[in-house]
Ligand binder design. Structure first.
Ligand SMILES: [Fe+2]
Length: 404
């Protein structure tokens, strides 16, 4: 079912291509025709910009008794930025589905999908073979690759789409050769094919310049008997991430938690980073250990796969999300601040049973109408989690030092 091999594809900064040996070429199909867009969009001007901290309750999955929704019809664009036609930008989508794709596949002409299942596993048929991707694993399906997804229950997850650039491992700098996401832990499918006629027609759905199109053909597209190359889909289990952290005092920048990055042309500034906050030890002395309060130049979309994120005691739930935009202040809620301020700084486990993640971008993200209104999941009371914060400033509590 889940036959995979290891890949070096994510670490090789060179030309990426693959040769596919198929029973019939992909070109044997009827013309593509425009289809209903559903909630997929790249219109970043649907509603005006909003600099507020935004948080969403868990996005609701439709019940199969109400409406059968597969992975493609269950795509909802939440936010994004940039331009598809000039291959520069990103989108964050939420998928909410309850049914397998039946004689339907999808491919994206606009960019790569990094898929983060949160509820329910995905059996993904690709032209390169099959991958079973479960919550706490991620997969990347790159531009142009056709895939079809089987689901087994009401299923939810997040997608980071990047235009015109591919994900790669971050430069490790002084860390050296080993650490963070190691290349040995990325898996790719082995070739698998079906020689299957579909008399009623197999539907190939294409996202092209942000719009959806469909074409019929008479055979399954998963007719690749053999392939070779380094342009492939791949998956990664987040449990394999080797965490690096402060072991003395103070905070390291969250970039130490980067799994994959999609670089921009500006050094050190990514179109998007995929960052996780895995279970680990907290040992820093003389340090307020939760994430510090900050404002910064990045847009930070966060999601929660399972558990409880260390900086929020409640309200940030698995299957929900939050967005903190450029220079918008954010940080731990008031409960977290009080507890962490009084905590004894012994070594302690952090985030056991939890996996939070962040899609972080140097671009300014616009939120869609679905995100702000139609989803009906926006938490209007988010700002209140910081309202109880009070001053602890006591200027006379310490004698000033006479000498430095
Ligand atoms: Fe932040």
């Amino acid at each position: 079912m889940n036959v995979l091999q290891r890949t070096l594809a994510v670490q090789v900064p060179c030309l990426k291509d693959s040769w596919l040996y198929r029973i019939l070429p992909s070109v044997s199909h009827k013309p593509f025709e425009s289809i209903d867009q559903g909630h997929v969009t790249h219109n970043w001007d649907e509603v005006g910009p909003d600099p507020n901290q935004l948080r969403w309750k868990p996005f609701e999955i439709p019940k199969p008794s109400q409406k059968k929704v597969d992975f493609v019809s269950g795509l909802h664009t939440l936010c994004g930025a940039g331009d598809i036609r000039s291959n520069n930008g990103l989108a964050v989508h939420i998928f909410l589905c309850n049914t397998s794709m039946e004689n339907r596949c999808f491919y994206n002409s606009d960019g790569d999908f990094l898929i983060v299942p949160q509820k329910g596993k995905l059996l993904i048929y690709t032209e390169f073979g099959k991958m079973l991707v479960q919550p706490n694993e991620i997969c990347v399906i790159q531009r142009g690759m056709r895939f079809s997804i089987d689901v087994f229950e009401e299923t939810r997850g997040y997608i980071l789409e990047v235009y015109g650039v591919h994900f790669e491992l971050p430069d490790l700098g002084p860390i050296g050769a080993n650490g963070l996401a190691n290349p040995r832990d990325f898996l790719i499918p082995v070739a698998w094919y079906e020689d299957r006629q579909v008399p009623g027609g197999y539907t190939v759905i294409n996202k092209y310049q942000g719009k959806l199109f469909a074409a019929k053909q008479l055979v399954s597209p998963f007719n690749v008997v053999a392939w070779h190359g380094n342009y492939t889909p791949y998956k990664y289990n987040l449990e394999n991430f080797m965490v690096i952290n402060s072991v003395a005092f103070d905070h390291a920048d969250p970039s130490i938690f980067t799994v994959l990055t999609a670089k921009s042309v500006r050094p050190g500034v990514a179109i998007a980073d995929f960052v996780i906050f895995p279970p680990r030890w907290g040992v820093a002395d003389k340090t307020f250990r939760p994430p510090y309060y900050h404002r910064n130049c990045m847009s930070e979309f966060m999601g929660l796969i399972r558990g409880h994120y260390e900086a929020k005691q409640g309200g940030f739930l698995p299957g929900g999300g939050s967005l903190h935009s450029a220079m918008t202040p954010h940080g731990p809620d008031a409960d977290c601040f009080e507890k962490a301020s009084k905590a004894k700084l012994a070594p302690e486990r952090i985030a056991d049973g939890t996996m939070a993640f962040m899609f972080e971008s140097s671009l300014n993200l616009a939120v869609t109408k679905w995100g702000l209104k139609t989803s009906n999941c926006l938490d209007e009371n988010y700002y209140k989690c910081w309202e109880p914060l009070k001053s602890h400033f006591t200027p006379n509590s310490r004698k000033p030092a006479e000498f430095n």
